[in-house]
Design a protein around this ligand. Structure first.
Ligand code: SAH
Length: 202
C-alpha cells in the first residue's frame, strides 16, 4: 500500500517507519496533555491528506502542538513546500532538516502564510478548554484546509467550526494509546477512540 506524490510512489510502510524512528515525545508534562501520535497512524493520516489532494508541492504546512513534529514531518516527507512546528515544550524539540520550530504558546503563531494546518492538540480533558486556542487559532488563520485529531467523544468541535464559517467531516478514526500518567480516564486498556476531522471553509 502507498500513495503517489510528485509522480513518485511512497510506501505507507516506509513513511510509518521513518515517523516511528523520530525521537519519541517525552510525554512528561500531564498539564500539557501530551498524547503522542504513533507512526502507523500518522502515516495513514498523511496518506489520506495526499489522496484528497490537500498536500502538494506548494503547500505550506503548520503543525500546532507539534510534540516531536511527527505530523508536520510526515507532511514534509510527503512533499510539502515548508513546515512550521509550533510547540510549547522545548524538551520535544530536535534538529530535523527542512522544518522550522516556533517554541512557544500556540497563541504566539501569526496564523498567516499557511495553506494546511495539521494538529493533534491537547483535548481539553485535563484542563478544560485547553484545545480552544488551537481550534480558534486554526479557524481564524488563513489556511484553506485544517486536519484535526481529537477525542472521538468531543462534541463541541463541529459547532465551533460552524460558528467560524468552516465545515468539517470525520475522515479517519482509530484507537490511541494513552501514556501511563493519563490512565485514570482510560476506557479500554489505556486505549481511547480518536477521530480525524477535515475542515474546509463554508
Ligand atoms: N502533535 C504531536 C503531539 C500531540 S500532544 C503528536 O501528535 O504526537 C499535544 C502537544 O501540544 C504536546 O506536545 C504539548 O506540549 C503541546 N501543547 C499543549 N499546550 C500547548 C500550547 N498552549 N501551545 C503550544 N503547544 C502546546
Amino acid at each position: 500500500m502507498g500513495f503517489t506524490i510528485h509522480g513518485g510512489f511512497m510506501r505507507l510502510r516506509h513513511l510509518a517507519m521513518a515517523l516511528s524512528n523520530l525521537p519519541p515525545h517525552p510525554q512528561r508534562d500531564a498539564s500539557l496533555e501530551q498524547y503522542a501520535t504513533e507512526g502507523d497512524f500518522a502515516a495513514r493520516w498523511i496518506a489520506e491528506i495526499v489522496q484528497r489532494g490537500d498536500l502538494e508541492e506548494e503547500t505550506r504546512v503548520v503543525d500546532l502542538g507539534a510534540g516531536n513534529g511527527i505530523l508536520g514531518i510526515g507532511c514534509l516527507l510527503a512533499g510539502a513546500e515548508s513546515v512550521l512546528l509550533v510547540e510549547q515544550d522545548a524538551k520535544c524539540v530536535h534538529d530535523y532538516d527542512g522544518v522550522e520550530w516556533l517554541i512557544g504558546d500556540v497563541g504566539e503563531w501569526s496564523g498567516t502564510e499557511v495553506d494546511l494546518i495539521i494538529m493533534n492538540p491537547p483535548w481539553g480533558v485535563q484542563i478544560a478548554m485547553a484545545d480552544r486556542p488551537f481550534l480558534e487559532g486554526a479557524f481564524c488563520s488563513t489556511a484553506r484546509v485544517i486536519y484535526l485529531l481529537h477525542s472521538a467523544k468531543a462534541t463541541h468541535i463541529e459547532s465551533l467550526a460552524k460558528s467560524l464559517d468552516w465545515k468539517g467531516e470525520v475522515v479517519l478514526s482509530g484507537l490511541f494509546r494513552l501514556p501511563a500518567q493519563y490512565d485514570h480516564h482510560r476506557s479500554h486498556e489505556g486505549m481511547t477512540e480518536v477521530a480525524v476531522w477535515r475542515f474546509i471553509r463554508n
